[in-house]
Write a protein that binds this ligand. Sequence first.
Ligand code: X8Z
Ligand code: ZN
Length: 609
Amino acid sequence: MIFKRTQSALFVIAALGLVACGDKQEKTTTTEPQALTKKDAQQFVEKAQQDIGELLIPAAQAEWAYQTYINQDTAALSAYFNEKLTAKATNYAKESAKFNSVEVDADTRRKLNLMTNGLVMPAPEDPEKSARLAKIGSELGGMYGAGKYCRNEDECFSLTDMSNMMATERDPKLLLELWEGWRQVSPPMKALYAEQTELANLGAQELGKKDLSEMWRGSYDMEADAFAQELDRLWGQVKPFYEALHCHVRAELGEQYGEDIVPQDKPIPAHLLGNMWGQSWGNIYDVVKPQQEMQVIDVTEALKVHNYDEVKMVKQAESFFSSLGFEPLPDTFWERSMFTKPSERDAVCHASAWNLDNVDDLRIKMCIQKNGEDFATIHHELGHNYYQRAYNKQPTIYQGSANDGFHEAIGDTISLSITPKYLKEIGLADTIPDASNDIGMLLKLALDKIAFVPFGLMVDQWRWKVFSGEITPEQYNTGWWELREKYQGLRAPVDRPADAFDPGAKYHVPANTPYTRYFLAHILQFQFHRTLCEIAGDEGPVHRCSIYGSKEAGTALNNMLEMGQSKPWQEALESLTGKPEMDATAILDYFAPLKTWLDEQNQGRQCGW
Ligand code: X8Z
Ligand code: ZN
């Protein structure tokens, strides 16, 4: 990703990849001046990096100020810098086309391509339109960040409050109230979202793209349509497993809530899965767990018993990376990060990781809850920070992950090593449950990881259709639910009002953060884990492997991280795993014993929706 310091904040600039855009190159050849040389191209790239680089720090600072203290002034500052940065980056993207027919070295070509294909919200040339686009972006982000649900005048809940309740409460009426309540945040976003789509499509078209969808799909070192097919292929690999999990979960939810609330031949109502968006289901393990008693370590409980506070949780995560040979985080990380929700002011609680100076001003921003879920999320965020630090010696334009899925996968890969063995080693568990408990452990994790896969896919399937015009503003919500049903087998628990805009109630939609990255990350992290376990010499089953303490694994990982996006992601993947393809057999193999168990449970059940 060029020019992007955060993983989810500075939304104007995308994670970049390379696309050899054949068509466009030919279109422009005849009108290009003949005199441009390879040297001109190199100088152009240098100048662009420097010019954009200068704006990056103040833009990131303004964005940080806004997200940690939402008010009118910080909103204006964030919009101001976003506009400047987007305009500059879009101009350079446009200008880079003049080198399309110039013969340049491979490295310069890659940089030019990254420049052209990496914008998330390309700005239209018209300054009024570009200012409007930036303003909408910051407004949408602020609406989400400041969102809450008020039951009545004196009883309001933040999203964090509601997420906690969705995780633990089992009264379906309360769950429905919270589910519907949070979704009141988004109807006011709908018109803005439609306007933003038009403006950004215009920006994409001015860059020679059909629409923004082509731009988003086109940053993966392959043709946009080929990439979409690659996603279908990977989903096809995981789908039978997901269907088995869905079948079991629906049956158990039917037992818990009754078949009038959970009919056994329909999609599952989305409010009962322990998560506001039904995206990961680990929180309802207690509802769907095996009948046979299984010892599964409750990390939330362990953190409580051992008096972990937010800082101690982060320190513990840092020490995992240190055990692999990564340098400790800088003092400024501890001074400047936001670990808890500030009182008395609005802030964006959705977790993110930042590098504000592109060197070592690393920070995370989170409203940490003292539970196992957030313990994993802390590792996720630190994965971003160590990646950012690892590629900080690359030229600005290569300071990004191999593809955006890699960025999202690193911390999760480390989290897969939070096994009972590891927890015992750090004193968070007293004993290591024996193998007869593995099904419990695998089910708990599959509820998070396998359940997530179709959600990770459907969010951008929706956005791509919105950007291409296949889903119109009138169809925003129905189109969303069609995809929720198709991929996840979920449905809205109640008829949705005509003005509902349920996609807007998911952070990444108003924040304009592409979402396919998380789908990819859920495939990639199991590939990385498999390889790193081999390197670490762990001989046990891969679901019991922890790479904690393995300097060899740390070095292998770091070697890939240091590449940034200087090479196509296929090469980065091959450098670590020995194979240039994304491959879902790693996640399937990891959970294989569970699949056998699920198939047994599902015998005689009617699966599907
Ligand atoms: O947004 C995130 C991270 C920040 S990059 C906390 N995740 C996705 C989500 O919360 O929807 C991690 C998993 C999926
Ligand atoms: Zn992330």
